[in-house]
Design a binder for this molecule. Structure first.
Ligand SMILES: *Cc1c(COP(=O)(O)O)cnc(C)c1O
Length: 366
């Protein structure tokens, strides 16, 4: 029996292709790659992913614990701000801890004396198409800016984390950014053992010059005598996952609008946040529809697409690239049925790995 929609469908073969590129980059560069759980934390896939990565990085205690529990390799602990109530558990579950500010480092580094300690440094430059996701935006709280303050704690840190990219698919742009890090921070970088260059480098994109990136990372590592880490999230799962939905109704109001059994705000929230359209394949044909969700939000629209055939009630649609920043953000807005999670195995079989029901909705509130 086919699975009931809606469901996220993760394709093992597509994931394997991305993982092969990660392996290529690791082998050619010597850099270690940690999965950023903030982007993707669907742990049923970790058995497949973890042999091709070196561990996980986190943005909270819960992500940290999930990485520790479910993913082999190193577990990096980072949070924008650790609380008194969570710092001990964070230290107990981490292989490295990265503080976001000198203030946090001074408060907690004594407790973490058994661990390598890192500091997030904000070099004031970035590559991001979105102000909302730009770590170097004015008044940013993401990382320490003040070189004098950083200098004063250098004897306590063995590494820096510099996360300054968002969806950067240009090696030239990334390399130019590294040039600036080298110029501005070189005398500090020389004193470190490791540097994490964060996530946001879209090196699994078709045509990306992986060998060029590897050479650039290797040159950086050799120049400063550091182990380089990357923290890819989106690029690990890009184009591996679809959101499978069905048409429930078609209404006409100047345009043909197909209402599906999902909701943008609940299931692909980033499309709303970043004002982007979803995508469908092949996205061509004589029949044009606006695809909209079933929540009460007037702007619950996935986008407008062309289809080879007319859509009817029960027609199936695959919304593309639904792996990153979707399942980690899904919510119960409008009480809309939560998409299940399924994996298409390499042999073509589709396996349901998680379904949600009314009891999950109820237990998410009280
Ligand atoms: C969000 C984030 C990542 C992952 O970014 P992607 O764009 O998904 O690759 C890595 N490191 C840090 C510190 C982050 O905040």
């Amino acid at each position: 029996m086919p699975l009931a929609t809606p469901y996220y469908l993760i394709d093992e073969s597509a994931l394997e292709a991305n993982l092969a590129k990660i392996d290529q980059l690791r082998a050619a560069s010597g850099a270690k790659c940690l999965l950023a759980l903030k982007c993707f934390a669907t742990w049923s896939t970790f058995e497949q992913i973890s042999p091709h990565m070196d561990g996980t990085t986190s943005s909270s205690l819960y992500e940290l614990k999930l990485g520790r529990e479910k993913f082999a390799g190193e577990t990096h602990a980072y949070s924008v701000a650790w609380s008194d109530g969570e710092i001990d558990e964070a230290i107990a579950n981490a292989d490295k801890i990265i503080f976001n500010s000198v203030g946090q480092l001074e408060r907690f580094a004594g407790k973490a004396a058994n661990l390598p300690i890192g500091l997030r440094v904000n070099p004031g430059i970035s590559h991001s198409h979105f102000d909302l996701a730009d770590p170097a935006r004015p008044f940013s709280r993401l990382g320490e800016w003040n070189l004098e303050r950083i200098e004063a704690v250098m004897d306590r840190v063995s590494g820096f984390m510099l996360h300054c990219n968002c969806e950067n698919d240009s090696l030239e742009a990334f390399s130019a950014m590294l040039d600036q890090f080298e110029t501005r921070l070189g005398s500090l970088l020389e004193r470190l053992e490791w540097v994490s260059l964060g996530g946001g480098i879209h090196f699994t994109k078709p045509g990306y010059p992986i060998d060029g990136l590897a050479a650039r990372l290797k040159a950086f590592a050799e120049r400063f005598g550091v182990q380089v880490y990357l923290e890819p999230g989106d690029t690990v799962v890009t184009d591996t996952t679809t959101l499978e939905v069905s048409v429930l109704d078609v209404v006409e109001n100047g345009k043909a609008v197909a209402i599906v059994d999902s909701a943008v705000e609940a299931h692909m929230l980033d499309l709303l946040i970043y004002r982007q359209s979803a995508a469908v394949a092949p996205g061509a044909g004589p029949h044009r529809y606006m695809i909209a969700g079933k929540s009460c939000l007037a702007g619950d629209v996935f986008g407008e697409f062309d289809f080879p055939q007319a859509l009817n009630i029960g027609s199936r649609i695959s919304l593309l690239n639904a792996g990153g920043y979707t399942m980690v953000k899904k919510n119960w807005f409008n009480g809309v049925n939560m998409p299940s999670i399924a994996i298409r195995r390499k042999n073509g079989e589709v396996e349901l790995v998680r379904a949600f029901d009314y009891a999950d909705y109820v237990s998410s509130l009280s």
